[in-house]
Design a protein around this ligand. Structure first.
Ligand code: PMP
Length: 330
């Protein structure tokens, strides 16, 4: 029998798929871990499940309880799914610049979304972070899980993503490449891979050019879900051998190439990580085995990264280089 009692059983065990077109000849084989095949559509389902189950085990979350989190993105979707399946209520706060579609997804799963003004400082009582903290302290049985400080975030990757990678590659993995947002993925999976391989797997983080993980000042960039203005507790820099900075332009071009040439419709952070992984694979040579993690799907970015007018408005659209290879050859 192959039947599941809950959608949460489908979290994790995502496939590895080889990237072919975007990798130059002579490179190491490069495989993508396709995290958008999780039931909530992103890698964040993993941390949502573990954060909720840990809060239950710690007695913080009891039947009928409420999960409060300042998020509008993938973590919200993961929490909404896990909470709904386990019978908890969810309240998300988000700034009013967040697209209507993202808010509607969270509401579709039955979550409550409180929209807050974006144009206030984080410490202002009306900011989406302040409102989340207030709701969590005022509502009986409410808990804020805080992915930036919650140990279950990196631990979920230590216990699931890392072992899956090692098993799937039968211990032949030599380089693991992933973008850094909260840092949970690279810190948790990276620590497992380092331990299991005796330190031979190279752990490579990828950061949007300008963000602090690669030595930037935190200046703005377009790619969503990665980079930070300051270092959160969820990131363990001692696990990471190297951090590669990738520009918005390079991230966007690679994101579009992955869809057109390898049929992998991923978000900008996946394109960013893949751009770095292609460099790593080219330098590593054919004996190595490189895996890059694709955190979420490109469907959430059709009006941005996949929209020529939006890119042209930012001066980022470059038609001559943004063509499929087959057409280049013709
Ligand atoms: N890409 C996207 C789209 C994300 O939502 C996240 C999570 N913030 C990441 C990459 C980075 O993952 P992590 O937080 O584990 O570093």
């Amino acid at each position: 029998m192959n039947m599941h009692e809950s959608l949460t059983e489908l979290i994790g065990d995502t496939p590895l798929v080889r990237l072919r077109s975007v990798v130059p000849p002579g490179s190491a084989p490069l495989y993508a871990k396709v995290e958008y095949l999780n039931p909530g559509g992103s890698v964040k389902d993993r941390i949502a499940l573990r954060m909720v189950e840990t809060a239950e085990a710690d007695g913080l979350l009891r039947p009928g309880g409420t999960i409060v989190e300042p998020t509008s993105g993938n973590t919200g979707v993961g929490l909404a799914i896990v909470a709904q399946q386990k019978g908890y209520h969810c309240v998300f706060t988000c700034p009013d610049k967040v697209s209507r579609d993202k808010i509607d997804v969270l509401r579709a799963y039955g979550a409550e979304v409180v929209v807050c003004p974006a144009a206030v400082r984080p410490e202002h009582p009306d900011s989406y972070r302040s409102v989340a903290s207030r709701i969590a302290s005022e509502r009986p049985g409410a808990v804020q899980l805080n992915q930036y400080a919650n140990r279950s975030n990196p631990e979920s990757h230590y216990h699931t993503t890392g072992p899956e990678l090692w098993r799937q590659t039968e211990g032949r993995l030599t380089h693991f490449v992933a973008g850094i947002g909260t840092g949970g993925t690279i810190s948790g999976a990276g620590r497992y891979l380092r331990e299991v391989s005796g330190g031979t797997v190279r752990i490579i983080g990828v950061d949007p050019d300008g963000s602090i993980y690669s030595g930037g000042t935190g200046r703005p960039y377009l790619v969503e879900g990665v980079g930070q203005p300051s270092c959160p507790d969820s990131y363990d820099p001692t696990v990471v051998d190297e951090v590669i900075a990738v520009t918005d332009q390079e991230s966007i071009l690679m994101t579009r190439r992955l869809a057109r040439e390898d049929a992998l419709l991923t978000g900008g952070s996946g394109g960013m990580a893949a751009a770095a992984a292609v460099r790593v694979a080219a330098a590593a040579g054919p004996e190595a085995l490189v895996v890059v993690l694709l955190p979420d799907s490109g469907r959430g970015y059709l009006s941005k990264i996949f929209n020529d007018d939006w890119l042209a408005g930012l001066g980022l659209y470059d038609p001559p280089t943004d063509q499929p290879r087959v057409r280049d050859a013709a």
